[in-house]
Design a protein around this ligand. Structure first.
Ligand code: BYC
Ligand code: FE
Ligand code: FE
Length: 481
């Protein structure tokens, strides 16, 4: 196992690919289909332009990436695993304390494969969802960040395909091929999970997606990084390093929109954040609309955790395949056979926490951890609003709001958690979720701003550049195509 990555092979790797000719051949056979997928389903245009991207050159947490201009199809997508931890044991479940597996135990093969396929499916899905955004970026800096996220989601697909092809034989190769065939939003062959078939039609959606939905990625990858199957654990640990940037793009993206709106309101002498007409006249995104967008993406992302109470989740934990968020830092027996966990449920006409066997409640618990993590980010957004002296506070929606999966899939509720009848929901949903006129307004703002160092009117410039570059840095060289 190397910290350094070998770039001599077609497929950069630190897994000694040249020592495993069969796997090398399988990956090399998959490679042209991947490039074809990238060119037809990945970023629309810009494929010949030089983009200032980071490429992983090592798995050392300090200094794993190098920056440079790259044409996207020439990006070195590779297979990178975090270093093995010597003597690592299975941290949870019925096999707790046994040596971590280096091969997939036969009895867990299909469960493990299913989770890896689902994880793998989300990665290309997000690239497909973001395909058209290059046409309307608010700056070259943002355009570069989009493409950075895209190439890394592409690499995350490689990460799962490596596991499938190395450890799951013929089934794995078939699943790897199918990952290139499904398409986000496709009628006949869609991506596997709900939120990954939604549209990401504009840049506010992109920032919300990378804040809320990539954060599901963080939670799920962390849980899979706990796995007793060591190659899965090491793969996910390295993916988490890249994931941090995606959430940074989302949090700072939304933060910059908020900042610009607050500044613009001040300049124009508008005190009332609900004076939507006046704020939109300035070409800014009003905070109430931004709030609705946040509720939409938060609720869609909550559905990605599956049902709060789930035997699939119990099985995955018990068998040592998927742990809890930061499993090894939790102070308990890591087996949960006699424990309970409070799950919010609708009891009569009220919401109540109901003690539920902890093993079955693991999706609910992970989702709660996710909400806590989102809450912190929202708090940082509110600081920007507060500092600007605007009287408005963003908040997360109630977990029963706009849900399609789990405990609350059959009921309707307001973002505050007041239960609504189906008719009341129909009559009021435009108050809570972006309505067609909100979306038309946001779409009307989406005009590319590709002058060096320039930014669209509706978003503030970032505080610092990528790789500490100055404000007038040319993040994408558009002159080639
Ligand atoms: N949509 O017991 P249940 C990321 C299905 S994001 C459609 O409730 P389970 C990224 C479920 O498959 C992280 N179907 O749930 C972010 C099952 O179907 P089958 C992605 C859904 O299995 C941004 C049935 O309902 N990684 O990386 O405990 C950009 C009952 O299942 C949905 C993972 O998700 C849904 N939302 O949990 C790029 C980790 N939810 O099998 C990338 C791997 C549930 O009965 N996946 N169903 O036909 C898992 O751990 C689990 O599969 C889930 C579901 C947490 C997703
Ligand atoms: Fe990813
Ligand atoms: Fe991501």
């Amino acid at each position: 196992m190397n910290i350094e990555v070998s770039y001599d092979d077609l497929i950069p790797n630190n897994v000694d690919l040249s020592g495993d000719p069969k796997l090398k051949r399988a990956l090399e056979q998959w490679h042209p289909g991947y490039i074809d997928w990238w060119k037809t389903a990945g970023p629309d245009g810009y494929q010949e332009d030089e983009v200032y991207l980071r490429t992983a050159v090592s798995v050392d947490p300090k200094g794993w990436a190098k920056f440079g201009y790259v044409k996207m199809p020439e990006y070195r997508w590779g297979v990178l695993l975090s270093p093995a931890i010597e003597g690592r044991t299975i941290p949870f479940g019925e096999h707790k304390g046994e040596p971590a597996w280096q091969e997939v135990p036969g009895e867990y093969r299909s469960l493990m494969r299913r989770l890896i396929v689902i994880q793998g499916d989300t990665e290309p899905a997000s690239v497909e969802q973001q395909r058209a955004l290059g046409a309307t970026a608010p700056s070259l800096y943002d355009l570069r960040n989009l493409f950075q996220v895209n190439v890394e989601e592409g690499r995350h697909l490689w990460a799962m395909v490596y596991l499938l092809q190395k450890y799951f034989g013929r089934d794995g190769r078939e699943e790897a091929a199918a990952l290139l065939e499904r398409r986000s939003g496709h009628d006949d062959n869609p991506r596997m999970l709900g939120a990954f078939n939604e549209k990401t039609p504009d840049w506010l959606s992109f920032f919300m997606f990378t804040f809320f939905t990539d954060r599901d990625g963080k939670m799920q990858l962390d849980s899979l990084a706990q796995s007793g199957f060591d190659p899965l654990s090491r793969t996910c640990r390295f993916m988490l390093t890249e994931e941090a940037h995606h959430m940074f793009v989302g949090e700072t993206g939304v933060g910059r929109v908020i900042q610009r709106t607050c500044e613009g309101m001040k300049e124009a002498g508008i005190d009332d954040p609900y004076d939507i007409e006046a704020i939109r006249k300035l070409g800014l995104i009003d905070l109430p609309t931004l709030q609705k967008k946040a509720w939409l993406h938060y609720s869609l992302s909550m559905d990605l955790f599956g049902a709060e109470v789930s035997t699939n989740a119990a099985n995955a934990f018990n068998s040592g395949i998927k742990g809890r968020f930061q499993e090894t830092k939790i102070d308990d027996d890591h087996q949960l056979l006699n424990d309970t966990y409070p799950v919010l449920k609708k009891v009569g006409d009220k919401f109540e926490f109901v003690d539920t066997p902890a093993l079955s409640a693991l999706n609910g618990r992970l989702r709660d951890d996710y909400s806590g993590d989102c809450e912190k980010g929202v708090g940082r957004w509110n600081k920007i609003i507060e500092k600007a002296g605007v009287d408005f506070k963003l908040k997360l929606s109630h977990s029963a709001f706009n849900r399609k999966i789990g405990e609350f899939s059959e009921i309707e509720a307001t973002p505050d958690g007041d239960i609504l009848t189906a008719d009341e929901w129909e009559a009021r949903k435009d108050e809570f979720l972006p309505n067609p006129s909100d979306m038309d307004y946001i779409t009307s703002l989406m005009k590319p701003v590709y002058g060096i160092g320039e930014y669209a009117n509706w978003i503030a410039a970032p505080k610092v550049g990528i790789d500490n570059k100055p404000g007038d840095f040319e993040y994408v060289r558009l002159d080639q195509s």
